[in-house]
Design a protein around this ligand. Structure first.
Ligand SMILES: NC(=O)c1ccc[n+]([C@@H]2O[C@H](COP(=O)([O-])OP(=O)(O)OC[C@H]3O[C@@H](n4cnc5c(N)ncnc54)[C@H](OP(=O)(O)O)[C@@H]3O)[C@@H](O)[C@H]2O)c1
Length: 262
C-alpha cells in the first residue's frame, strides 16, 4: 500500500510511533524516524531493517521548529520528497494526570495543550511546505477519546486532544484543496503500551482498582469486550496513509471499538 512512499515519523521510539513504523515499512515505505532521544529510535530502525525495510534514525525535538525544518530538508535532499508525516509524540502522563481540575496548577494544565498542539502544528506545516509543490501528501496524528468525553483526573489532556482534532480539520480545510490529506487516529487504550500503565497509576490510587480490574473496566466499554492491539492501530494507520484512503481528509478515525459514539 505504501510502496516507495517517503514517511517521516515523530516520536518513532514510542509505542505507537514504533508500531506504525513497522507497519509502514512492511507496506513498502521508506522511513525517516525521529525522536527526542536517538537510542529508542535506533532500536526501531534495527527492527525495520531486520524485516527487510528501509529506515534512518535522527534525533529531532518535534517542538523545535528549526530542528524539524532542518531534518525535513535533509529528507528531501536524500529521498526527493516527503509523502507522509506522522506526529506520534507523547509526554509522560505522570506530568499530567491524577490531580482534580479545581486543584491543578495552571502550568501543569497548560503543558499538554501547548506541547501537543505545538508539535502537531510545526510538523504538519513544515511537511506541508514540501508537499504543496507536489500537490500530494498525507499529514497524520494520534489523539485519544478524551477529546470527546469527560474523564476525571486527566487535567489538560482532554482539551489537548480536542485541540489536535480541531487542528486536523483546520489543516485539512486549508491543505486539501492543494492535494494534501490530513487525518487523525483516535485509538482506545492499548494495554501493551507503557503509557497506559502509567495513566492507570493515578486512577488506581484514587479508586483502589488493580491493573487487571482497570483493563476489564475499559474493555467492558467496548463492543468487542477487549482492548485493541498496537498492530490493529498500525494497520489502520498504514491504510489511512495510503492512496486507498484518498476519500478521507479532515477527520479523525474513531478506533475506540464502540466505546465512543460518533
Ligand atoms: N498508548 C496508548 O494506548 C494510547 C492510546 C490513545 C492515545 N495515545 C496517545 O498517543 C501518543 C503516543 O503514545 P505512545 O503510547 O506511543 O507514547 P510513548 O510510548 O510514551 O512514546 C512517545 C514518544 O514521543 C517522544 N517524544 C516526546 N516528546 C518529544 C519531542 N518533543 N520530540 C520528539 N519526540 C518526542 C518520546 O521520546 P523520549 O522518550 O525520547 O522523550 C517517546 O518516544 C500520546 O499522545 C498518547 O497520549 C496513546
Amino acid at each position: 500500500m505504501l510502496k516507495d512512499k517517503v514517511a517521516v515519523i515523530y516520536g518513532a521510539g514510542g509505542a505507537i510511533g514504533g508500531a506504525v513504523a513497522r507497519a509502514f515499512a512492511s507496506e513498502g515505505a521508506r522511513l525517516f524516524l525521529t525522536g527526542r532521544r536517538l537510542e529508542p529510535v535506533e532500536a526501531v530502525v534495527k527492527d525495520v531493517a531486520a524485516g527487510g525495510g528501509t529506515a534512518e534514525a535522527a534525533a529531532v525535538d518535534a517542538l523545535d521548529e528549526q530542528a524539524v525544518g532542518r531534518h525535513l530538508r535533509s529528507v528531501v535532499d536524500k529521498a526527493g520528497r516527503v509523502d507522509i508525516s506522522l506526529d506520534a509524540i507523547g509526554i509522560p502522563d505522570a506530568k499530567l494526570l491524577g490531580v482534580p481540575l479545581v486543584e491543578l496548577d495552571v502550568e501543569r494544565f497548560s503543558l499538554p495543550i501547548a506541547t501537543y498542539t505545538r508539535s502537531y502544528l510545526l510538523t504538519a506545516r513544515l511537511a506541508a511546505r514540501h508537499m504543496v509543490p507536489n500537490r500530494s501528501g498525507v499529514i497524520m496524528t494520534v489523539t485519544a477519546l478524551h477529546s470527546r468525553t469527560g474523564i476525571p483526573l486527566v487535567g489538560g489532556f482532554g482539551p489537548a486532544m480536542a485541540a489536535k482534532e480541531a487542528l486536523t480539520r483546520g489543516l485539512s480545510a486549508e491543505l486539501a484543496p492543494q492535494g494534501i490529506r490530513v487525518v487523525g487516529l483516535r485509538p482506545q487504550a492499548m494495554p501493551e503500551t507503557g503509557t497506559i500503565r502509567e495513566a492507570f497509576e493515578p486512577r488506581a490510587r484514587a479508586s483502589g482498582m488493580s491493573w487487571e480490574q482497570w483493563q476489564e473496566l475499559l474493555a467492558g466499554r467496548t463492543h468487542t469486550r477487549r482492548l485493541m492491539t498496537l498492530d490493529e492501530l498500525a494497520n489502520v494507520a498504514a491504510f489511512m496513509a495510503s492512496d486507498k484512503a484518498s476519500g478521507m481528509t479532515g477527520t479523525t478515525v474513531n478506533l475506540t471499538m464502540g466505546s465512543l459514539d460518533d
